[in-house]
Write a protein that binds this ligand. Structure first.
Ligand code: GLP
Length: 264
């Protein structure tokens, strides 16, 4: 690992490593490097890497770096299968705000991934068909051998994916109702809160926590309060990200602003 990718500071909270970076780009480059390592490891044994992906502004730097690794350093994604955490419901894939558009614009259009191996929950299903579809989504993850790594951001409500307050630890992929704060935070993307869908399809807490490795990223002072609660608070469905505290394979990647309220 290059000098540039070295951790700036490591804090331990409840047995978990929290890596705090002064520079967001270095934090993103570290995460991209972790993902690239898994992809290359699987290439060397002729296997597929199964990567769980997230949306939002937080992982954009990771995707930018993965695209750079592809273009400048020849990292291939031909052996990669991806599963995205969530999608708004209802939404058309071609809508600008859909997570399909987000993933194409930020990653998939710039790398050599085979689109047959890209999975993003379908925001166009009829309401009656959703649960069967979600069960199949779970089954596909299992069929691919499980998620080798799941990348996460965190919402100001403490959501991971779209598992809002109240989501239980054994929840699986399903249709959920979005929290008011989450819709407020998405209003600029949609041109008004009233235009933000009220529902979404999301992997469950259990789907996420079953991944072989989990990385939760939080950047900016906007996340400082919820990061303190998520990492240092009681484990509770009130803040679904607290369920990650029970895992031994989770790494928190923060910038100094997001980490600013943590006890040292
Ligand atoms: C959305 C996504 C989450 C993401 C959150 C935070 O709600 N469904 O997966 O973690 O946004 O977004 P941002 O990274 O833009 O703060």
């Amino acid at each position: 690992m290059s000098e540039l990718l070295k951790t700036q500071e490591i804090i331990y909270s409840k047995g978990n490593a929290i890596k705090v970076y002064t520079d967001k780009d270095i934090a993103s480059a570290y995460v991209a490097e972790r993902i690239a390592k898994i992809i290359k490891g699987k290439q060397s044994t002729g296997e597929r890497a199964v990567i769980g992906l997230a949306t939002g502004s937080t992982p954009k730097g990771v995707y930018k770096e993965l695209v750079r690794l592809h273009k400048d350093e020849g990292l291939s994604f031909r052996n990669v299968s991806t599963f995205n955490l969530d999608e708004y419901y209802p939404i058309l894939p071609i809508d600008d705000q859909s997570y399909v558009s987000f993933m194409k614009n930020n990653l998939f259009n710039h790398i050599d991934i085979d689109s047959d191996y890209v999975h993003i929950p379908d925001g166009t299903l009829s309401i009656e068909g959703i649960q069967a579809y979600c069960d199949l989504y779970e089954q596909k993850i299992v069929d691919f051998g499980g998620l080798d790594i799941q990348l996460l951001g965190i919402g100001r409500t403490g959501h991971i994916g779209f598992n809002e307050p109240g989501a239980v630890s054994d929840s699986r992929t399903r249709l959920v109702t979005l929290n008011d704060i989450t819709r407020e935070d998405a209003k600029d993307d949609f041109g008004g809160k009233e235009k933000v869908p009220t529902q979404a399809i999301t992997m469950g807490v259990q789907t996420i926590t079953q991944a072989k490795e989990v990385i939760l990223m939080a950047l900016s002072s906007r996340k400082a309060e919820i990061i303190k609660k998520a990492l240092e608070g009681e484990v509770s469905a009130d803040i679904p990200a607290t369920f990650l505290q029970r895992l031994s394979n989770v790494e928190y990647i923060l910038d100094s602003e997001a980490a600013s309220l943590l006890s040292k």
